[in-house]
Design a protein around this ligand. Structure first.
Ligand SMILES: [Zn+2]
Length: 250
């Protein structure tokens, strides 16, 4: 199998990947409570798996996956044990600096793949901040919001009604598929801090959702690479002169 994990490459292999106009994925997870039945790395394992499988599925150009960012923005989960969060500004800085290092090595296509609902607004904001303030080309998505995945999610979920929830039907399903040994099957029930019904989780639903997200990401990466991705970034609609002026102000 081809190498897609950033940490496994050697210097010359990075140079080769830059020459091949590689896409670099930065998975962004979390370390936060997921009820009494799921591990605190739930979000990290989901986005990292989707990123790695999509990278492995693409042969036309190189795709590299960074080690997942395991700590992010989860102050709303600090009430419960196991949660570790950064402050908001720190989180933004961490993602900016990681993307900045990737870009400095010559990579021109960077994708954040988020796995935690609390990070979604920040990832959306970085899509504007990084290109306009830092001159770093980067896009970002949450895996269950990738194009076509919301429809699949509505079909797969029975009690969560198309929502990813929090440690409910869908995330329990994902973990029963991805990390079954870490799921406590005696405790598949709702407790405070859980959104949705864990008892409705099944391995099959988890596998279907992972496959849907991988397929969607593969298509998105192909579109990003060949320039046909329909991105609705605000800075894209500004005429050239306007963008230059904007940069001068910053
Ligand atoms: Zn989660």
């Amino acid at each position: 199998m081809k190498k897609v994990l950033w940490e496994e490459l050697r210097r010359s292999e990075f140079e080769e990947a830059v020459r091949g106009d590689a896409i670099v994925i930065i998975p962004v997870g979390s370390m936060e409570q997921h009820g009494n039945h799921l591990p605190v790395n739930t979000d990290t394992s989901c986005c990292f798996t989707v990123a790695v499988r999509a990278a492995q599925a693409i042969d036309e150009f190189p795709v590299l996956v960074l080690p997942p960012v395991w700590v992010s923005y989860s102050p709303h989960h600090m009430t419960y044990p196991g949660t570790i969060t950064l402050k908001f500004q720190t989180f933004v800085e961490v993602l900016t600096q990681i993307a900045s290092c990737v870009h400095a090595q010559g990579f021109k296509k960077i994708v954040f793949l988020n796995g935690h609902g609390g990070n979604t607004p920040t990832i959306a904001a970085l899509r504007v901040k990084l290109p306009s303030e830092d001159n770093i080309p980067a896009i970002g998505y949450t895996y269950w919001e990738l194009p076509s995945v919301p429809e699949q999610l509505r079909k797969i979920s029975q009690s969560d009604k198309g929502s990813i929830g929090h440690a409910g039907e869908m995330e329990t399903s994902l973990q029963l598929y991805l990390q079954p040994a870490l799921v406590d099957k005696r405790k598949l029930k709702w407790v405070p801090g859980v959104l949705g019904d864990p008892s409705k989780g099944t391995r099959d639903k988890g596998e279907r959702l992972v496959n849907a997200a991988v397929d969607a990401l593969v298509e998105l990466l192909r579109g990003y690479h060949d320039g046909t991705l329909d991105e609705d970034l605000p800075w894209r609609i500004l005429p050239h002169g306007r963008k230059a002026l904007h940069k001068k102000i910053l």
